[in-house]
Design a protein around this ligand. Structure first.
Ligand code: ATP
Ligand code: MG
Length: 549
């Protein structure tokens, strides 16, 4: 793909400056997902950014699970996330878990207490929230703020030992209750949670908060540039405070970039989990889901997602990208790679009455008219073929160039046919067409006496391979979802299941094989719904759109 689709990235400039002025010698980044769900296309932006920018400067990237919230995190997610990052084409330097640092984090909290920079607070979550004040009013000191170091050390050790109930105490940093930055008004560092952790089991009864844990994780791994999304901008002073107060040797710095939002796309693990839990979709990797595993199953390629990430660029202000842009890149990627074949998704039988019964002709067809390297194939043509139901109309509107009684169309790779008779069932529905073909009109024969405007695709009945097609529409009716009413905004027609036929050459397809079905779009073989008897083809994307880059 050409270079014009690469947008600017202000992080690159920051790194160049940091290297030039000697703040850092080596570039080290990390991608730090919380294993509380599957990765979505928004995460792909952060994955690509972290891995590609480090690579560009000969640096390294860790995959780190930010697993400080035991009730929401599971090994299933840990495994799925690794698979997705690998699938995107990246390999990490180290695989890390925040939970590996729990002991160090605890020791650092003890250090903060000893330095008079942290205290155990007995206020409830609600009282802490109220005491924190607002943008216009300063906070109020907690009555526990001046506990002695000894008392704090004792209470914190007992919190760790599991002596207190969930929510009854927290450890807070002692910073500044009047700070204009509310994040610095004695933020909570540790909370009590008697919950089994997916890796540390019941070893711990206290868990560190993100704002305390994250800078320590970065420092312990020697991260040079900690890249996160814009909502953490106001947390940066706290990030720096933790590094400083905990006397970390390594000095990572946090930089914020804009989150990716896409029209008609849910971009939150919590909401995606709701769709799975409520059965709106079958699973996290349902092809309608904007998860990386869903996109993979749908038929997206890693290349197309990486190109998309390059094209959207890295900026400092939030914006929403048209979902057609993502579709554009998969279409571009598959254009020359996919075999172009014929599939009938809603079959209508056509009998060619002047074709000799039992006779089959094997026609030559190129596999991809724009990529000769994909070679040629033979496709059968005989007396009975299937065409699409909507390629025939009894009472067509003006300028209808497909089949209608008395009209002539071209069959792709084959002959002209004319519709002579329409056969209906008792209900009056069209069930079969009787046509005649013109032997002089064979495709590639140079025939030019007559012109027809319509070219239809077909599959020979005798050789047709039954197949199922899953046609998808956006999961969301609205352009952008508004949280609470999520389920009301779900498109009830997001998936349509059709039964039809493909060419005989597609008898033995494998999961993820990709095809362009003439006039329908790009399709990919589904790894779960397909059976030995019948492949299921997922619509990846239609052939055309009005979208322009
Ligand atoms: P969610 O709300 O979907 O759970 P999150 O930000 O809480 O998202 P994390 O697991 O914490 O999810 O995210 C890991 C990394 O991916 C973070 O650095 C985060 O900033 C980044 N990330 C998450 N969503 C997006 C997005 N939409 N665009 C860009 N980066 C994102
Ligand atoms: Mg999160």
């Amino acid at each position: 793909m050409d270079e014009q689709h690469v947008s600017s990235n202000f992080i690159r400039t920051i790194i160049q400056d940091d290297l030039a002025n000697g703040r850092v010698q080596d570039v080290y980044t990390r991608f730090p997902p919380e294993p509380n769900g599957y990765l979505h296309i928004g995460h792909a932006k952060a994955v690509c950014l972290n891995f590609e920018i480090a690579d560009e400067f000969g640096g390294k990237t860790n995959l780190r699970f930010d697993d400080t919230n035991p009730t929401k995190e599971e090994d299933e997610y840990v495994n799925a996330i690794q698979e997705d990052v690998r699938w995107l084409g990246f390999s990490w330097d180290k695989l890390c878990f925040a939970s590996d640092y729990f002991a160090t984090m605890y020791d650092k909290a003890v250090l903060l207490i000893q330095k008079g920079l942290a205290y155990v607070c007995d206020l409830t979550a609600e009282q802490i929230r109220q005491g924190r004040g607002s943008l216009t009013t300063p906070g109020v000191d907690s009555p526990y703020r001046n506990r002695t170091v000894e008392e704090n050390l004792d209470l914190f050790a007992r919190m760790k030992n599991g002596e207190f109930a969930d929510g009854s105490k927290v450890l807070r940093a002692k910073i500044d209750m009047a700070s204009p930055n509310i994040n610095l008004r004695d933020p909570v560092l540790y909370r009590i949670a008697h919950a089994a952790h997916h890796r540390t089991g019941t070893t711990w009864s206290i868990y560190p908060m993100y704002d305390y844990a994250h800078p320590l994780e970065d420092a312990l791994e020697g991260i040079s540039h900690s890249l996160c999304t814009l909502e953490f901008e106001d947390h940066r002073p706290l990030y720096d405070w933790v590094i400083e107060a905990c006397e970390m040797v390594s000095r990572p710095r946090q930089y914020e970039f804009a989150r990716l939002n896409i029209t008609h796309t849910i971009m939150s693990k919590r909401n995606l989990k709701q769709l799975v839990d409520e059965g709106v979709v079958e699973s996290w990797d349902d092809p309608r889901m904007p998860t990386l595993s869903g996109l993979r199953r749908r038929g997206y390629t890693p290349e197309s997602i990486r190109q998309f990430a390059k094209a959207i660029g890295i900026a400092k202000s939030n914006s929403t990208v048209d979902h057609q842009m993502l579709e554009y890149f998969v279409r571009e990627d598959l254009k020359l790679k996919a075999l172009r074949t014929m599939a009938i998704v809603r079959p209508l039988k056509v009998v060619i009455t002047n074709w000799e019964e039992g006779s089959i002709e094997w026609l030559d067809a190129e596999n991809n008219a724009e990529n000769e390297a994909l070679g040629m194939r033979k496709i059968p043509f005989g007396r009975e073929i299937y065409i699409e139901q909507d390629d025939f109309m009894e009472n067509p509107p003006p300028k209808y160039f497909r089949l209608t009684k008395g009209a002539e169309v071209r069959l792709k790779h084959a002959y002209f046919i004319r519709c002579e008779d329409v056969i209906k069932n008792e209900a009056g529905e069209v069930v079969e067409l009787h046509c005649t073909y013109d032997p002089l009109t064979k495709s590639g024969s140079g025939f030019s006496a007559r012109k027809v405007k319509g070219t239809l695709h077909f599959v020979s009945c005798e050789y047709a391979v039954p197949a199922e097609f899953r046609m998808f529409e956006s999961l969301l009716l609205e352009e952008s979802p508004a949280g609470s009413t999520l389920l009301e905004q779900v498109n009830p027609h997001s998936m349509e299941v059709l039964s039809g036929y493909v060419e005989p050459g597609l008898q033995h397809v494998q999961p993820y094989d990709k095809f362009q079905f003439f006039r329908h779009g790009y399709f990919s073989v589904d790894p779960k719904w397909s059976t030995n008897d019948r492949a299921v083809f997922n619509l990846v994307v239609s052939l055309k759109s009005s979208f322009q880059l």
